[in-house]
Write a protein that binds this ligand. Structure first.
Ligand code: AMP
Ligand code: MG
Length: 419
């Protein structure tokens, strides 16, 4: 049985990179950028007003209070840059500064001395000193042309989408979505929630769980099958997955030592290469990793729901990152909020809550109910605590590694930064 780090290194060694494709920016959210993105244009694109008020030209360092100005025109957001003449310009937030003007005086800091027929100001007096350049958003102040704004490996979310839209980026190079097959094994499993349970049967919870997890990971689920512990049907499902060009096959159940745990034999029969079977972790110890003849990666996760979740989070997620050419995720290091006792010789991956105490200090608390069949604590958890293999008792205050329940739970974790 190998240790978790060795097992994960073996997984990473088998991961190829997904091909790069160009997609319209509107379809980029959820995808991972394959190239650094450099701005072609400046943001803001032109000097513009940060306040509603008057745009003025300032000779020196400031315009003194009491100065009287004739109003030469009006400039609203969306107007082309007016040809400036002397004087003050009524200006609205976001409107281009007329050439020659360089300072905006907020409307609250003027007295209107004269108005035109429509009530528009014609002459104003400043009621406060104005510093040169005040309330002006300079062209390129946010993003200069040519600046690298997004790194390859960034997952495009709403904020990245905002940036792409602001920059007028129409297409981006991203990694293609991985094609995934999900195979649940177990003759006890019932897929249809409307079907009453016969004695001894249980509902398939791993299938819907994994489908949703892969949906949030922007994978294409090309096959989803439930196999009643029949090796021939199972082999057929794997052949189908390969024919569909799957990159990943995620199978649950039938990898332990039971009489019906047929997955290793089925893989041998298909001439898959089993890279490892069993890892010194709890839960999820019987995890099996193999490479299918097509090169697809095969993860045989034990059937207990939390074992399947651990397999996904600690083995499949690192593989997905590698396939998308993202750097490995880095955990937080957080003090345990309570004393913890564990079994020596297995790395425990525990359902946990990361929370701040009354002083705002982060701590992590493994939850009661760590058994691999218990789903409810998983629903109450927001994190995974990693308790090292060699430890038996870990006192409160011991620093442990903490992963978000899902990748990207904390943006800073995904970016590989420390808190
Ligand atoms: P196995 O790994 O096949 O020995 O299954 C271990 C335990 O997980 C058994 O109690 C199974 O009934 C349960 N189990 C297996 N597959 C699923 C599934 N898809 N959904 C819920 N429980 C499962
Ligand atoms: Mg089973």
């Amino acid at each position: 049985m190998i240790a978790i780090d060795e097992a994960r290194a073996l997984v990473l060694a088998e991961c190829g990179r997904l091909e790069v494709e160009r997609v319209p920016a509107a379809r980029a959210p959820g995808r991972v950028l394959a190239e650094d993105l450099c701005a072609q244009v400046a943001l803001p694109p032109f000097d513009n007003a940060a306040m509603d008020g008057f745009a003025l030209a300032c000779d020196g360092t400031h315009l003194p209070a009491g100065g009287v100005w004739e109003v030469a025109g009006v400039q609203a957001a969306g107007d082309a840059r007016a040809h400036a003449v002397h004087g003050a310009w009524r200006i609205m937030t976001g409107a281009a500064l007329p050439p020659g003007t360089d300072t905006v005086v907020p409307v609250e800091q003027v007295d209107v001395l004269a108005r035109g027929g429509g009530g528009e100001p014609e002459r104003i007096r400043l009621t406060a000193d104005a510093a040169r350049g005040q309330h002006v958003r300079r062209a390129g102040e946010d993003v200069g042309p040519g600046m690298r704004v997004l790194d390859a490996g960034t997952r495009v979310g709403a904020v990245e989408q905002m940036l792409l839209a602001a920059l007028g980026v129409s297409t981006v190079a991203v990694r293609r979505a991985p094609r995934v097959a999900l195979v649940s094994t177990g003759r006890e499993l019932v897929d249809d929630p409307a079907q009453p349970l016969a004695p001894g049967r249980i509902r398939n919870s791993n299938g819907p769980y994994l489908a949703e997890e892969f949906r949030t990971r922007d994978a294409d689920i090309v096959l989803q099958a439930t196999i009643a512990d029949d090796p021939a049907h199972y082999a057929e499902a794997l052949r189908q997955a390969m024919a569909l060009g799957c990159d990943l096959v995620i199978s649950t159940g039938a990898v332990s030592m039971g009489e019906f745990d047929f997955v290793p034999a089925a893989l041998d029969a298909l001439q898959a290469r089993i890279v490892f079977h069993k890892v010194r972790i709890r839960p999820g110890k019987p995890l099996l990793f193999a490479v299918l003849p097509t090169g697809a990666l095969f993860f045989g996760l034990p059937g207990n729901p939390v074992s399947a979740a651990v397999g996904l989070r600690f083995f499949v997620d690192p593989a997905l990152r590698a396939m998308r050419d993202q750097p490995p995720e880095r955990p937080l290091r957080v003090p345990l909020a309570v004393d913890v006792r564990k079994k020596v010789g297995l790395c425990h991956l525990q359902k946990a809550r990361l929370a701040a105490d009354a002083q705002g200090r982060l701590g992590v608390r493994p939850l009661p109910g760590q058994e691999s069949f218990r789903i409810l604590p998983l629903a109450r958890a927001n994190a995974w605590a990693v308790l090292p293999e060699a430890a038996d008792v870990l006192a409160a205050g011991t620093m442990v590694e903490v992963y978000g329940q899902a990748p990207g739970t904390w943006r800073l974790v995904e970016e590989g930064c420390d808190i």
